[in-house]
Design a protein around this ligand. Structure first.
Ligand SMILES: *Cc1c(COP(=O)(O)O)cnc(C)c1O
Length: 224
């Protein structure tokens, strides 16, 4: 199947499940694959590695209305590669990274919109803020002039059956509902990947991040 055919199928499944912005996760795939998806009308693309994002953004600079999402773990010293030029940073989980993004945005005269990654599964050695620490983090980030927290993101533990991710997605939604009462800008929910996006949409995802179902299987991550 071509990328165009796969995209059509993914869009059909999304609209059957509800309504969410499709972020096409193009990490490890070449710029030509992104052009193919773009030609079908896809505009939102997700990348995980700062150098790879920078290289592709340069290669695809002629696609002026493309929107880049940074969905990976970010190191503070790479904030300059991500801002400006990124629509949404999905996985902020600590003050140091947030501060670097904010400073970079202020320097560029913009505001960086970001989500907080939450470790909903409470897994050891996994990125993301603990659910009970998220509000404190939001309060700590409120003073950063170049950063605006727009919602939450999660990557639940891998499971064989998508239904088993449902409690994680629900937990993120309930956390968002609660936070939103006191922090009205906390609206978005980035959750759901190739294996479980329909369940995520049923639980209220506003953004799904889908790679394999669109671009096919990935090789191992590229060297940085
Ligand atoms: C790679 C990746 C995705 C896409 O995963 P697929 O299973 O290929 O759809 C989504 N989110 C994050 C954070 C990723 O790293």
């Amino acid at each position: 199947m071509s990328i165009a055919e796969r995209l059509e199928e993914v869009r059909r499944r999304i609209s059957q499940a509800g309504n969410a912005t499709l972020v096409a996760v193009s990490k490890t795939h070449p710029a030509t694959a992104i052009r193919e998806a773009y030609a079908t009308g896809q505009r939102d693309f997700g990348e995980n590695y700062a150098q790879e994002l920078t290289a592709k953004r340069a290669e695809l600079a002629d696609l002026q209305d493309i929107r880049w999402h940074f969905i990976g773990a970010l190191q503070s010293n790479k904030a300059k590669l991500v801002v400006p030029g990124t629509t949404l940073v999905h996985a902020v989980d600590r003050l140091s990274v947030a501060d670097a993004l904010s400073r970079r945005a202020v320097g560029a005269g913009t505001v960086c919109e970001a989500l907080i990654e939450v470790n909903v599964g409470g897994e050891e050695s996994k990125a993301g803020a603990a659910p009970e620490a998220v509000e404190q983090l939001i309060a700590a980030l409120a003073g950063l002039p170049g950063l605006r927290i727009r919602g939450l993101m999660c990557v639940p533990p891998p499971v064989a059956d998508a239904e088993r991710s449902r409690p994680s997605f629900r937990r993120l939604r309930l956390l968002r509902d609660d936070l939103r009462r006191r922090h009205p800008s906390v609206e978005l929910l980035s959750m759901g990947m190739t294996g479980d996006f329909e369940v995520a949409i049923a639980e209220g995802a506003t953004h799904v991040r889908i790679g394999t179902a669109i671009f096919g299987a990935r090789e191992a991550r590229p060297a940085q």
